[in-house]
Write a protein that binds this ligand. Structure first.
Ligand SMILES: *Cc1c(COP(=O)(O)O)cnc(C)c1O
Length: 380
């Protein structure tokens, strides 16, 4: 079975095999494993070990986004969030739930965020301390310009938190060249092609030093994770780590290096997305985005207008053909979503296009033109 969801992704057998052991996290054999992952991640982020801390957090990406907001956005500050899609909305909710002020900047759902509008919004409200930015918006499939928006934040003298969850490991991110970024957040199970259960925040040490006692949560306090690392050495966790997940991530990071690093991985994902985007059109379906704005992480496709269409039946029919896609959509109009990331190739995408064609025929879907009625998304 191939998982064509943009996380958790299809993994390589070597990655899953790395979990086939028991670990005592305090054991001297485990500590180098943790240290190797830390060094590789810092290198991927722009060789930032001197200026940034690589902070692991057990659990999902949301936990790490919340931890970054709690720790780095002061209660008297606030977040400007360009509303690029579902994950931006989730960041806004996380911030509000912890009592931080949020200003939402509207953004078109089918085009990249406008950096000039970010600059204007910051100029209008000097109390906004941070920009909360989703680099690759997984729900829409659009990659936003982290350099241009970062430059706008820097020009306005503000800080930035970047949700790089579906970007890190493939799309370029050089924290040494973007000093306005206080923290970048990602997980093991997207472009790094590890398994789920572990998130990371790479944060500026100068920002962490000023943030002690601010988080209002011990579990989600990045400053405390940083202090524990400084105090006890960077080979341990405060609480029980998902050791097998970490072992799998080490193997996945070695495989990323073997592949040729993020540029090679991005090229493969782009080829996957292109094969899918073109393949859907070749069988009469309509991708949601124009190819000029289609990112490499996932492709949304308009649901066919035919009354025989049912997303649930379609997902089941594809599963019988060896592919699992998301069983919900996040777009205004009905769609289905296909992930292009993970241990998959353009050949897999060709086979997937054939499976879609066969599934639609089996379902009796004749009219493959887009269903363009506006409806609420099927999942918030
Ligand atoms: C997957 C993802 C997350 C985190 O999701 P979790 O389910 O919490 O791991 C956050 N932001 C983006 C853009 C994502 O794609």
């Amino acid at each position: 079975m191939k998982l064509l969801i943009p996380g958790p992704v299809t993994t390589r057998p070597e990655v899953r095999a790395a979990m086939d052991a028991d670990f005592a996290p305090w054991d001297p054999d485990f500590r180098p494993l943790y240290a190797e992952v830390r060094a590789r991640l810092a290198a991927l982020a722009g060789h930032v070990l001197a200026t940034h801390a690589v902070l692991p957090l057990q659990g999902a990406g949301h936990f790490a986004v919340e931890a970054a907001i709690r720790t780095l956005v002061p209660p008297e500050g606030g977040l400007l969030i360009p509303m690029v899609g579902n994950y931006a909305a989730r960041m806004a909710r996380l911030a509000r739930e912890v009592g931080r002020r949020v200003v939402e900047l509207p953004v078109s759902p089918v085009a990249p965020a406008d950096a000039a509008a970010v600059g204007t919004a910051l100029a209008a409200d000097p109390t906004l301390s941070h920009v909360g930015f989703v680099y690759s918006e997984t729900s829409s499939g659009i990659v936003h310009d982290v350099h241009a928006v970062g430059a706008a934040a820097r020009g306005a003298g503000r800080r930035m938190l970047v949700d790089a969850v579906s970007a890190f490991g493939a799309l370029p991110l050089d924290l040494s060249a973007q000093p306005e970024i206080d923290a970048a957040v990602f997980t093991a199970n997207k472009c790094l092609e590890g398994v789920p259960g572990l998130a990371y925040v790479i944060a500026r040490i100068d920002a962490l030093r000023g943030a002690e006692g601010r988080a209002g949560s011990w579990s989600l306090d990045l400053a405390d994770i940083f202090l524990a690392g400084e105090r006890d050495g960077w080979g341990g966790f405060r609480f029980t780590p998902p050791a097998q997940v970490l072992a799998a991530l080490r193997r996945a990071l070695q495989l990323l290096a073997d592949e040729g690093g993020p540029p090679a991985r991005l090229a493969r994902y782009r080829a996957n997305a292109r094969t899918l985007h073109e393949g859907m059109q070749a069988i009469g379906l309509t991708p949601y985005l124009a190819s000029a704005v289609q990112g490499p992480i996932g492709v949304n496709v308009h649901a066919p207008a035919d009354p025989a269409w049912s997303l649930e039946n379609f997902v089941t029919a594809l599963k019988a053909r060896g592919f699992l896609i998301s069983n919900f959509y996040n777009t205004a109009r009905p769609s289905f979503r296909v992930g292009c990331i993970g241990a998959i190739t353009p050949d897999d995408m060709d086979r997937f296009v054939a499976a879609v064609d066969a599934a639609l025929q089996a379902m009796g879907v004749r009219d493959r033109g887009p269903d363009c009625q506006d409806r609420a998304a099927s999942s918030g």
